[in-house]
Design a protein around this ligand. Structure first.
Ligand code: AMP
Ligand code: MG
Length: 345
């Protein structure tokens, strides 16, 4: 939680250091993170009402999508585990519809069917686990059954799983979807200039008066800002990092972004940042590219239709798409070693 707070404060620090007109700020906790809504609007009452409407959305989503607190997702997971069909809550139905093509395009590196694996590692709990890692037999069992979203099928309005180990966990992209919902609500309420920032992951629309919103990207190995980027009009910036939830055991770090194929935390990467129009895609993609790692991120980025990617590998090298290299400004002195990829179409 301290880390997500930090991410939020980093953003505020960047936003705050510019002299600018009144920006209404509203902060609350939901979906396991600090959410900050910044609204630049000439009407303070409208700004405040809009920010509160965003808070309502996040609290509702929190209750609907929680994978290990009683609610519709837990009910669905229980039915799937028992081999029964179930009619998912409409918002879960929608999440499943959005997840299916994203998972497929990612080569199932992003796959919300990893709920059982997340639980095995203990990353489902409110506080990060202390270890040790799960035993080898349990992981072998996972690899043998290897649940995937492709194991789900519909029979009229009921959903079923062919795989009894399939448990859903939307943690890798629910925040993105909530941010998209929030921006849609702000727009419906007449707001054109705002940021919805969930623990450092955000979507920004419009401008901060006479200048664009400028956003900080956290250094994966320190509290400082690694880089910053000016948001153009309507864009989302999402980062997946191995510093967000992890435990250490016998000198090794075990973090929460799991490779569904090995059953282990993905290796070779410390953070991935994706800039994209919609937050749902950016969030799913950051997780998928983290799993893909320095060797395979470009093919997954192409398949997912991304143009702006930054991946920091385990040696601290920054891998960038050319479009991202044009937009990003490194804030560290010296900047990290850079490796710029072939253009992504
Ligand atoms: P993020 O921080 O967006 O990368 O999401 C990480 C969270 O998504 C974890 O805490 C898990 O709940 C879940 N998760 C972990 N690995 C995966 C994966 N490969 N695909 C989908 N969800 C995952
Ligand atoms: Mg994600």
């Amino acid at each position: 939680m301290t880390r997500t707070l930090l991410a939020g404060l980093l953003l505020l620090a960047l936003v705050g250091c510019e002299r600018a007109p009144q920006v209404h700020q509203h902060a609350f906790f939901a979906l396991g993170t600090l959410v900050e809504v910044s609204v630049a609007d000439p009407d303070p009452q409208r700004a405040s009402r809009a920010a509160e409407a965003v808070e309502d959305i996040f609290h509702e989503d929190h209750q609907l999508w929680h994978a290990w607190h009683p609610g519709p997702l837990m009910d669905l997971n229980r039915a799937l585990a028992a081999g029964q069909g179930a009619q998912p809550h409409p918002s879960i139905h929608y999440l499943l519809e959005r997840a299916a093509p994203l998972a497929e395009r990612s080569g199932y590196r992003f796959d919300p069917a990893v709920g059982g694996l997340v639980r095995l590692w203990g990353f489902h709990a409110d506080t990060p686990p202390e270890g040790p890692p799960p035993d080898a037999d349990a992981l072998q069992d996972w690899r043998e059954h290897k649940p995937s979203l492709a194991d789900l099928y519909w029979d009229e309005d009921q959903i079923f799983s062919r795989n009894p180990l399939l448990q859903l966990d939307f943690g890798a992209f629910a925040k993105g979807y909530a941010v998209d919902q929030a921006i849609a609500r702000l727009r419906a309420l007449g707001i054109d200039n705002a940021i919805v920032n969930a623990g450092g992951d955000l979507r920004a629309i419009g401008r901060r008066a006479d200048r664009p919103w400028r956003i900080g990207i956290r250094h994966p190995r320190g509290p400082e800002v690694l880089a910053s980027i000016a948001i153009k009009g309507d864009e989302s910036l999402f980062t997946s990092g191995d510093y967000e939830r992890y435990f250490e055991h016998e000198g090794r770090r075990y973090h929460h972004i799991l490779d569904p194929f090995s059953g282990q935390p993905a290796t070779g990467t410390t953070s991935v940042t994706v800039l994209h129009t919609d937050a749902t895609t950016a969030d799913a993609a950051a997780t998928a590219l983290f799993v893909a790692g320095p060797e395979h991120w470009q093919e997954v980025a192409r398949a997912m239709g991304l143009r702006h990617v930054l991946l920091i590998d385990a040696a601290g090298v920054a891998h960038l798409s050319p479009a991202m290299a044009e937009r990003i400004h490194f804030e560290t002195d010296p900047p990290p070693p850079l490796r710029i990829s072939e253009p992504l179409p």
